[in-house]
Ligand binder design. Structure first.
Ligand SMILES: N[C@@H](CCC(=O)N[C@@H](CS)C(=O)NCC(=O)O)C(=O)O
Length: 200
């Protein structure tokens, strides 16, 4: 098994899943500007990271990789044992990708990655506003719950927390949503997460 992609990218979430599952794998720390290298393009026509090669089975899209890994190599509670549990895992993963990640990326670009003269404070503020409704939904759901599906940490927590982790790069203030903040902190201190985020 090979995972292409540096931990300083969305690949961190797949490294976290691999570590959490205790799978033996080779980490090929392809950096973002090198994502269109022939070795990646050979198995991912997008030329993007993360890309997984599981003994000849190529999988790309970070959430798809993690759901695949959890289903194939995980067991309950990490990979829930019922279709209803799977539905919740898909739901929070797709929700994170569509409702949360785009706004966090806009924030990262305009507060961190773009050269100073290209940053837009207006775009950053719009992203902060756009994040409020989904963060409220998440916070409300987590009030009185330790994890997204209840008492156990599952792939749903890993996937969504790995998206929310992007906010930590710019110290996103989550004090208005304390249940979401406590859940994110609980998720990110897990040993597998710490190991993954320290990689190249
Ligand atoms: N939706 C994809 C996005 C993949 C993606 O955009 N990866 C970035 C790094 S985080 C990349 O490879 N960028 C280089 C490029 O597009 O050339 C996923 O979640 O895997």
């Amino acid at each position: 098994m090979k995972l292409y992609g540096t931990a300083m990218s969305r690949s961190a979430r797949c490294l976290w899943a691999l570590e959490e599952l205790g799978i033996k794998y080779d980490h090929i720390p392809v950096e973002v500007p090198k994502a269109k290298s022939p070795e990646v393009l050979k198995i991912n026509p997008n030329g993007q990271i993360p890309t997984l090669d599981d003994n000849g089975v190529a999988v790309w899209e970070s959430m798809a990789i993690n759901l695949y890994l959890a289903e194939k190599y995980g067991r309950a509670p990490l990979w829930p044992s019922t279709p209803e549990g799977h539905a919740e895992a898909y739901q929070w993963s797709f929700w994170g990708m569509t409702q949360v990640e785009p706004h966090l990326l806009t924030l990262l670009l305009n507060r961190m990655f773009l050269p100073a003269e290209k940053r837009s404070e207006e775009a950053a503020n719009q992203a902060l506003e756009a994040l409020k409704p989904p963060l409220k939904v998440l916070n409300h759901h987590l009030e009185g719950r330790e994890h997204l599906l209840g008492k156990d940490f599952t792939i749903a927590d890993l996937n969504l927390a790995s998206i929310m982790a992007l906010g930590t790069w710019i110290n996103l203030d989550l004090s208005a949503t304390p249940a979401a903040k406590a859940w994110l902190d609980r998720s990110l201190v897990r040993e597998a997460s710490q190991r993954a985020h320290k990689m190249k």
